[in-house]
Design a protein around this ligand. Structure first.
Ligand code: NAD
Ligand code: TYD
Length: 355
């Protein structure tokens, strides 16, 4: 038995591969294009491990996907591969449509075609897990109930619109072709290997470098945060017990404003690595121009996965944030290794200064 993971060199995908192989000996075929966000160093612990088979491939290449699926005959495909940064989707949506929509479509088609050569038993136990986001549901007012699986999709950014389109395709492939797809809609993840342009790692690394901690607009936007290893555990449960055609919300029960997140980072760093220049890293907090169309609040009602599949988040936000900061302090070379020109150009364009 084998599973196929796409995007397994990215933030969540690499955590998933490591977590998977810590729980089972079932091999993983890992397909990743290695864009700016993919990093094989995330998987260095698996060097020489025969259970991990890496292939540098683009999920938009349908004939390669068919070939890989026909050759390896995975019992499941878990699709993490995506362009994932909202701000980049605003600056240039094209890649998001290609990978997130066309890529998901090609992958579904490859599985559908490959399944013609497989037995009915294989097909009935097979799962295609589409890893998606709570952002497909749009934005909540401060007092609105949290997103449930029954909420309609109201995506507001090119990123969330592209993920919503892929979720619709996954649903359609179950209803039309009987391909057993399951979709998960998860809140904001944080933890080790998070690419340093996202809010939490950006602020940890900027604080350590004495650079501004940029908060968009008034910093009062609310996100629900989930420790990445809790997400990996949820995906394992969905893979084993999720019902084809269903969608499952996954969340951390941790609604926090961006300002509070950044203040907590400063306070933990003040304790673990005191700022030599002043009393607190909070002095670096800087309010900058807001993101266009910035969603105000996300919140997840995860009662379905909790009651039906028995998963619930284990790591409290404050504990997970401390673990994450400790990881970044212990792995400064991982961050400094991300020195591609594309990353430096992005930081310059987005914030108008050097890194
Ligand atoms: P990431 O940007 O860190 O990683 C994406 C990975 O996909 C990278 O390794 C990249 O090289 C690879 N990739 C990109 N285009 C590809 C292509 N065409 N073919 C093959 N590989 C390709 O993203 P992430 O934060 O790890 O997110 C993983 C998935 O989880 C995404 O689908 C995202 O929408 C979803 N998600 C993310 C979050 C979050 O907070 N990060 C929350 C909910 C859902
Ligand atoms: P991000 O990590 O980009 O995730 P997402 O947009 O998918 O939620 O951003 C998290 C929140 O932090 C979001 O409300 C935007 C905000 N943010 C800032 O205020 N400043 C920043 O420099 C970044 C990158 C994000």
């Amino acid at each position: 038995m084998t599973i196929l993971v796409t995007g397994g060199a990215g933030f969540i995908g690499s955590n998933f591969v490591l977590d998977w192989l810590a729980h089972t000996d079932e091999p993983v075929v890992n397909v990743d294009k290695l864009t700016y966000a993919g990093n094989l160093r995330n998987l260095s612990a698996l060097e020489g491990d025969a259970r991990h088979f890496f292939l540098r491939e683009d999920i938009c290449d349908g004939s390669r996907m068919l070939d890989i699926i026909a050759t390896h005959r995975p019992r499941a495909v878990i699709n993490f591969a995506a362009e994932s940064h909202v701000d980049r989707s605003i600056a240039g949506p094209e890649e998001f449509i290609q990978t997130n929509v066309v890529g998901c479509f090609r992958l579904l088609e490859a599985v559908r075609e490959a399944s013609n050569g497989f037995s009915d038993a294989w097909m009935s136990s097979f799962r295609f897990v589409q890893v998606s986001t709570d952002e497909v549901y749009g934005s909540l007012t401060p007092s609105a109930p949290a997103f449930s699986e029954a909420n309609r999709f109201e995506p507001n950014s090119p990123y969330s619109a592209s993920k919503a389109a892929a979720d619709h395709l996954a649903r359609a492939y179950w209803h039309t072709y009987g391909l057993p797809t399951v979709t998960t809609n998860c809140s904001n993840n944080y933890g080790p290997f998070h690419f340093p342009e996202k809010l939490i790692p950006l602020c940890i690394n900027n604080a350590l470098a004495g650079l501004p901690l940029p908060l968009y607009g008034d910093g009062r936007q609310v996100r629900d945060w989930l420790f990445v290893r809790d997400h990996c555990a949820a995906l394992r449960v969905v893979l084993e017990r999720g019902i084809p055609g269903e969608t499952y919300n996954i969340g951390g029960k941790a609604e926090v404003t961006n300002l509070e997140v950044v203040q907590m980072i400063c306070d933990i760093l003040d304790e673990l690595r005191p700022d030599p220049l002043s009393g607190s890293y909070r002095r670096l907090i800087t309010f900058v121009k807001d993101r266009p169309g910035h969603d105000r609040r996300y919140a997840i009602d995860a009662s379905k996965i909790e009651s039906q599949l028995g998963w619930y988040p284990r790591v409290a936000f404050r504990d997970g944030l401390r673990q994450t900061i400790e990881w970044y302090l212990d792995n400064e070379d991982w961050v400094s290794g991300i020195t591609s020109g594309a990353y430096r150009d992005w930081i310059r364009r987005q914030y108008g200064s050097g890194e």
